[in-house]
Design a binder for this molecule. Structure first.
Ligand SMILES: O=C(O)CC[C@H](C(=O)O)[C@@H](O)C(=O)O
Ligand SMILES: [Mn+2]
Length: 345
């Protein structure tokens, strides 16, 4: 039995995680879920986004399923819950898969998840505030190895996106990435981040594995979602040495919370990535989602009129119908990616 910590969060987080858990339970009974509270409501009670005793319990779990939490700009000392979890659990690799189920293609972004401009270190006085953009040798080496392994397993290349023409930290990062890729005989295409945004918009389907620093990866992964039909269907895995956290890359969307129209697919596919990580088979869910997206009624963010419940039920029906399909109808990358993510874990 696998133990999975569930942090639903706020906004649409609880709605999409409930949907994801229903889908997981339709494909396996090998997971037991343990719910934990986190975010602003916990901060208001205890002065921290998540209690230390809960973090201790979470560290003993096999994986984490995370919904979404709202991070206000103006609450003194409040720190984002997801950033806190990434730091506390050292989840250094953020793998984001931007799928287009109609084209049967995907954009894969590896975002360094522990440092860069998200280092949280800096300096300030009443007239000047500095956020340090930190690249360490350890941080650069481990994310480069993660991305190079993914590229090698998929027989593809790396697109390393940086600003080394200006930033010393990216000059340092670049040398380490090129060195590790060379040792593994993986080709690297270099892109400077500003001009790369044009290519990501205009010609996104032959970019191999995209690797970038934390902040650049955050921005590029949202930009890439224009090719998925909605940010609402994009999953992610935050991998550390000891545990991994799976979450949709969308936010808490307070404007639609409680209306029953949130897109559950990002959370459902994040749960599929979690199954692969645990050594179960997430590809069943990828296949069912692909079939549903190609023919089903979708939520308003994808120009449909369906509710969260209708999309979830539709995907579960596709899962139960799956034995009608041969494996060769499956979008090849879905299956291989499932196995590869398994190897990463
Ligand atoms: O608002 C937050 O609490 C975190 C946002 C978070 C980020 O990495 O900046 C989100 O945008 C993401 O891409 O995971
Ligand atoms: Mn983001």
């Amino acid at each position: 039995m696998y133990k999975v910590a569930v942090i639903k969060g706020d906004g649409i987080g609880p709605e999409v995680i409930d949907a994801a858990i229903r889908v997981v339970k339709s494909v396996t009974d090998k997971i037991k879920f343990y719910e934990f509270e986190g975010g602003l409501s916990v901060f208001k009670k205890y002065g921290v986004p998540i209690r230390e005793e809960d973090l201790e319990e979470i560290r003993k779990m096999d994986a984490i399923l995370f919904g979404a939490t709202t991070t206000p700009f103006d609450v003194p000392r409040y720190k984002s819950l997801i950033i806190t979890l990434r730091k506390e659990l050292d989840l250094y690799a953020n793998l984001r898969i931007i799928p287009n189920f109609k084209l049967r293609k995907e954009i894969i972004i590896v975002r360094e998840n522990s440092e860069g401009l998200y280092s949280g270190e800096g300096a300030y006085d009443s007239n000047k505030v500095v956020d340090f953009r930190i690249i360490t040798r350890k941080g650069a080496e481990r994310i480069a190895k993660f991305a190079v392994k993914l590229a090698k397993d998929r027989s593809t290349f790396l697109t390393f996106v940086h600003k080394a023409n200006i930033l010393e930290s990216d000059r340092f990062f670049r040398k380490i990435v090129l060195d590790i890729a060379r040792k593994e005989d993986v080709k690297v295409r270099e892109e400077i981040v500003d001009s790369f945004t044009i290519k990501l918009v205009k010609d996104p389907w032959n970019l191999g594995i995209i690797l970038s620093e934390n902040m650049f990866g955050d921005i590029l992964s949202d930009l890439a979602t224009i090719h998925a039909g909605s940010i609402g269907i994009v999953p992610s895995g935050n991998y550390g040495e000891d545990i991994a956290l799976f979450e949709p890359i969308h936010g808490s969307a307070p404007d639609i919370a409680g209306k029953g129209i949130a897109n559950p697919i990002g959370a459902i596919l994040s749960a599929a990535m979690m199954l692969d990580y645990l050594g179960l088979d997430g590809s069943i869910i990828w296949k069912a989602v692909g079939r549903y997206v190609r023919r089903g009624n979708l939520t308003p963010d994808m120009e449909g009129r369906a509710t969260t419940l209708e999309v979830t039920n539709g995907i579960i029906s596709e899962i139960y119908r799956l034995d009608e399909y041969e494996i060769d109808e499956v979008w090849r990358d879905e299956v291989r990616l499932g196995r590869i993510l398994l190897e990463i874990s």
